[in-house]
Design a protein. Structure first.
Length: 64
């Protein structure tokens, strides 16, 4: 399993773990509250849907 963990600031973090070839678990920690999402690669790469300001695909490619 590959995992990327980003500490966004003191209270917020994002962790993406590849579970299967096309299945990812995304844990989003915001002010002590953790949300868990399961997404396909296509859903994860649609960063507009997530409200992300960076390209998640770049993070995943750099982790290979």
């Amino acid at each position: 399993m590959k995992s990327v963990n980003l500490q966004l600031d003191e209270n917020n973090s994002l962790e993406i773990t590849q579970i299967e070839e096309n299945l990812f678990e995304m844990r989003l920690g915001i002010n002590g509250s953790i949300s868990v999402y399961y997404m396909t690669r296509e859903q994860l790469l649609n960063f507009d849907q997530l409200g992300a300001h960076i390209r998640i695909e770049v993070i995943l490619e750099n982790d290979s």
